[in-house]
Design a protein around this ligand. Structure first.
Ligand code: GLA
Length: 705
């Protein structure tokens, strides 16, 4: 008689069945089931019968199949014992339930390998957390090759992948793929989370922004990983995510264990917005450090305004100009330390550059504080340039293969963070920097791929990342008030394990607002807006060369954690006025944007829409914009989902109205004084705003009357 267990959270239930000797099976991961449902019925309803030309007895899609033993798809788990014994088979299964956590223990009695699978469901949001720990209780070394964090048998409706790819300055590129025969997989070997990120959606193909069934799966790990979906010729289909291990990277000597990173997943029956509805409150309540400052301060970051060309005087000028716009935090980017004048030298030497700051950073910080702002600074602690004192003193501290070339990227090498003495040295330098200066914020960067990922001639990619986590944890414990941003050449280190240590991410080096509409849209599938750094960059944009009006740039940046990166001293009077206005609007509405529910969708004719709705549904702020020319002159009405149907809302369109679009406005006077509509009209009919021209961006404020 199988044993059945369920765990519930939010609108989701997760049900498994297991015989004592059989493989555990997933019976349900989906809508919350009634409390009194008989779980045996689900099993009876979906049990498969015998098939021709298959192993005798059904081979169910189990929750953690090893390679072999009749499961012919991608295994959840594989490896080999020293001596070559690779025949693994779970011979016993035990299930224990602790609150809304299930612990399933699988044992191979012959080799005495044991896998402990942990599944927890968050009570509020229904987000599932899954991980595995592999124990070697036997007498021989076990070379682990693969251990999934989550191995998810998929229902028959889940036939489409919505994945993300991307590269430097072009992150957040969605792609769709039909799962027919065979596998789709993405293996990240960059040593960072990677520009494509570590989230994908498996859904029914008719699912969209607001409707349809979907699973979102996120690998919370800042290093090498593999995402995959596999369809067998039988039609059985699974999705699986886990750390990607190099051959020989994990050798479990008798008595030791390996714990995988955690994967998170959710079920949605309201499309991509259902995914965000689960993940946003989950990230806010369970992932982000408690010390994330609230409200999120407006940043100025020196990078695009100054690059490597600054001194104490010019930074003070920049700070004064930024403060006059309403900026609340001044972040000094790259170039402030030990002879760093370009990207060829000095990483590893975290001492204030005496040439630029004769009296250290304190006079600048004092100036910044005097303007009512706090102070942040850029660091890249995991790196070293060959042209640095650190490298000259400790050339063996970088990740390298003995007697081999040391290939650089951006002229730098990766420090071996798996070594305690390396971490100790970096900690001491950062600790001194933070102890000596009133620094509220670190922009923590990581600008290269990890190759070759070896330590003492042994593959060590995962250990190096664990070393970085340990360094971050120690630094955060020593300086709990310091906030950290995760940046890796832009958006190459955005994952929920990093976000346990960072309060926000820098999703792309591109501040081009047209690119940012897409980049921020996809970053916010899982992340709430307040964690997504969004800066107003210069025009023309330094990366794309595109010129964009200030109102458009500022509106796109408002829907994130707002910052300014353009040089505030060089703004025209008009642009300055527009930027000031939007910084004020951001401050007025950030409480709403950073706590409420957020929905994104495309209007019937492809305008990008985003609405932030307060928990009570009394107030909302929306942005509707178009980045290119519409294919029709008369734009389609934009429907606003999820407002209170029976309520009435007063709509205002905050200034400045987009240039060309406002000339096409019907009854502008009525719009200026504010109009009132029912939630049902807004949800079913929608508003027709002039949105057929490129760069039309309307801010829409809704207040229940
Ligand atoms: C990376 C970051 C940028 C900037 C530079 C400084 O590219 O993504 O924002 O900090 O490094 O070198």
């Amino acid at each position: 008689m199988p044993r059945y267990e369920r765990i519930d959270g939010g609108r989701t239930t997760f049900v498994v069945a297991a015989d004592e000797t059989g493989a555990p099976r997933l019976l349900h991961f989906g809508v919350r089931l009634s409390d009194d449902i008989d779980l045996r019925e689900i099993d009876a309803a979906i049990q498969a019968g015998p098939r021709e030309s298959t192993p005798d007895g059904p081979v169910p899609t189990s929750l953690y199949p090893p390679a072999g033993m009749g499961w012919l798809g991608e295994p959840a788990f594989c490896g080999v014992h020293a001596g070559g014994d690779g025949a693994l088979a779970w011979s016993s299964t035990a299930i224990e339930r602790r609150g809304e956590t299930l612990i399933i223990t699988l044992t191979d009695k012959r080799t005495r390998l044991r896998a402990s699978l942990t599944y927890s469901i968050d009570a509020e949001t229904g987000v599932l957390a899954s991980k595995a720990t592999i124990f070697n209780d036997g007498a021989t070394v076990f070379r682990l090759q693969q251990a999934a964090s989550l191995f998810l048998p998929l229902p028959s409706w889940a036939t489409e992948i919505l994945g993300l790819t991307g590269d430097w300055s072009r992150e957040g590129q969605p792609f769709r793929l039909t799962l027919g025969a065979g596998a789709w997989s993405h293996t990240n070997r960059t040593g960072r989370t990677g520009f494509p990120g570590s989230t994908f959606v498996v859904r029914e193909p008719t699912s969209g922004d607001l409707t349809g069934r979907a699973f979102a799966i996120h690998m919370a790990w800042s290093g090498n990983h593999r995402l995959l979906a596999d369809t067998l010729s039988s039609g059985q289909r699974i999705a699986s995510v886990g750390v990607h291990l190099a051959p020989g990277e994990v050798e479990l000597v008798p008595g030791t264990s390996f714990e995988t990173p955690t994967a998170y997943a959710c079920y949605s029956n309201s499309g991509l917005n259902g995914v965000s509805d689960a993940f946003h409150p989950f990230v806010r309540a369970r992932i982000l450090p408690r010390d994330a400052s609230s409200p999120r301060r407006v940043h100025f970051n020196s990078w695009e305004a100054a690059y490597f060309s600054f001194d104490e005087g010019s930074l003070k000028e920049l700070a004064s100009a930024a403060a006059s716009l309403g900026v609340e935090r001044f972040v000094l980017d790259d170039g402030w330390f030990s002879g760093r004048r370009d990207d060829t030298s000095s990483l590893g030497d975290w001492h204030v550059d005496k040439g630029r700051f004769a009296n250290g950073l304190r006079p600048l910080i004092k100036h910044v504080h005097g303007l009512g702002m706090d102070f942040g600074i850029w660091v890249e602690p995991e790196m070293v340039n060959p042209d640095s004192d650190l490298y000259r003193k400790h050339p063996d501290w970088c990740v390298h293969a003995p007697y081999a070339d040391r290939p650089t990227m951006r002229n730098q090498l990766w420090l071996d963070m798996s070594r305690a003495e390396v971490r100790e040295h970096v900690f001491e330098q950062l600790h001194a920097l933070l102890a000596e200066n009133a620094i509220a914020y670190l922009k923590w960067d990581c600008n290269r791929f990890q190759f070759p990922a070896v330590s003492a001639n042994t593959p060590a990619a995962a250990r190096i990342i664990h070393g970085t986590y340990a360094l971050l944890d120690r630094l955060r414990a020593a300086h709990p008030a310091v906030e950290i941003e995760s940046c890796a050449s832009g958006g190459a280190r955005i994952d929920l394990e990093m976000l346990k240590r960072a309060t926000r991410v820098w999703p792309s080096d591109s501040t081009d607002a047209i690119e940012r509409v897409r980049i921020q849209r996809w970053a916010s599938l899982v992340l709430p807006l307040e964690t997504i750094g969004a800066h107003v960059g210069p025009s023309p944009n330094p990366i794309t060369g595109r010129e964009l009006p200030m109102a458009f740039r500022a509106r796109v940046a408002m829907f994130g954690h707002l910052g300014v990166e353009t040089d505030p001293r060089k703004l025209t009077a008009e642009d300055r006025k527009t930027l000031l206005r939007h910084i004020a609007l951001y401050k007025q509405y950030r409480g709403l944007m950073h706590s409420g529910r957020q929905l994104r969708w495309q209007s019937d004719d492809g305008a990008d829409a985003l609405i932030c709705i307060s928990a009570s549904t009394d107030e909302a702020l929306a942005l509707v914009c178009r980045t290119g020319v519409a294919d029709r002159a008369e734009s389609a009405p934009v429907r606003f989902p999820s407002l209170a149907q029976g309520a009435r809302y007063r709509i205002t369109l905050p200034d400045p109205w987009p240039d060309i679009a406002q000339r096409r406005m019907n009854d502008p006077e009525a719009w200026r004084s504010g109009r009132t509509f029912s939630g049902q009209v807004l949800g079913e009919t929608g508003l027709r705003l002039p949105l057929s021209d490129p760069l039309a961006a309307w801010l829409i404020h809704l207040q229940r009357v």
